[in-house]
Design a protein around this ligand. Structure first.
Ligand code: MN
Length: 304
């Protein structure tokens, strides 16, 4: 009897043969939300179709408590999911389904608003740095009125891919055999936090039809489309183009290294109707959301 041995292969950098180019760089808009929290809206409403299934990306970061201390008191959501990723600081979450959690450095909160939730997100600190991101991921029409849900993913439960000169935190999806903390059907979201040492390169295969973007929050990097290299400075989002036969993305950190989010997903290609914190498919469903909220159908607000 013979035994066929498969040689253990150290997974090399996944091979991307035709990396995507940058379609455009986006600076985002300075704004405030909640009770006066200063933030940058990186993915704004005009980009919702282009970056379907993602509806919004906010970046917040300040050492000045005056910029964040008001937090986000009770407010409703319906029809999508909010994904909050904390880089620094502490925020307390409470919601109308009775859930409560503390979002801390490196942790993620994945909240499914579904048919309706009221929550508050309030800083649990009076000084020091508060920094992080909130991404909104749309739900398919069939799931918009699903049961609300909430999951805290502490930093220690986020799988990491360790390469010689890079660490990749895999929040959702998969990277080089490392399955992320969250896997979702329908939109198949990929959410990676790339920590790249100076000059490090990283490649990630991406399905051709998925919409994808990179947001740089430390240092700078270049997106290498095989000959065409596009520098992406700090605090810029690069929307990745759809090449006819492109199969992924390749990045290279600058001389000071870089940290960046790489986010991708399968578009829903469904109508989007948004009114503030409600995102449905039709205007009539928005009216219904407002009516249901006013009628108390989202449950009891958690209060401060
Ligand atoms: Mn919210």
């Amino acid at each position: 009897m013979t035994t066929t041995l498969t040689a253990p292969t150290a997974t090399p950098q996944a091979s991307v043969r035709k990396p995507r180019a940058v379609e455009r760089l986006v600076a985002g808009q300075a704004t405030s939300d909640g009770d006066g929290v200063k933030l940058t809206r990186v993915l704004t409403q005009p980009l919702q179709r282009r970056l379907d299934p993602f509806l919004m990306l906010d970046a917040f970061g300040s050492d000045d408590a005056g910029d964040y201390i008001g937090g986000f008191p009770d407010h409703p959501h319906r029809g999508f999911e909010t994904i909050t990723y904390m880089i620094a600081g502490r925020m307390r979450h409470r919601d109308s389904t009775g859930n409560e959690g503390l979002l801390e450095n490196g942790g993620v909160q994945w909240m499914t608003a579904g048919r309706g939730i009221i929550h508050s997100e309030l800083p649990e600190q009076e000084q020091g740095r508060m920094e992080g991101f909130q991404l909104w991921l749309n739900l398919p029409a069939a799931d918009k009125l699903t049961t609300p849900g909430y999951r805290d993913i502490p930093t220690g439960e986020i799988p990491e891919l360790h390469l010689p000169n890079a660490t990749v935190r895999v929040i959702a999806g998969e990277s080089q055999g490392v399955a992320g903390a969250v896997q979702k059907a329908h939109t198949e979201p990929l959410y990676l936090d790339l920590h790249l040492e100076p000059g490090a390169t990283f490649e990630q295969p991406l399905p051709a039809g998925h919409n994808a973007f990179v947001y740089v929050y430390r240092g700078e990097l270049e997106i290498d489309a095989g000959g065409v290299r596009t520098p992406v400075p700090r605090e810029r989002m690069a929307v990745l183009a759809h090449g006819a036969d492109s199969d992924g993305v390749r990045v290279q950190a600058g001389a000071d290294g870089a940290r960046a989010l790489l986010i991708a997903g399968k578009p829903l290609n469904e109508p989007i109707a948004q009114y503030g914190p409600f995102v449905m498919n039709k205007q009539a469903e928005i009216f219904q959301a407002v009516e249901d909220f006013r009628a108390g159908k989202f449950g009891t607000p958690p209060g401060r």
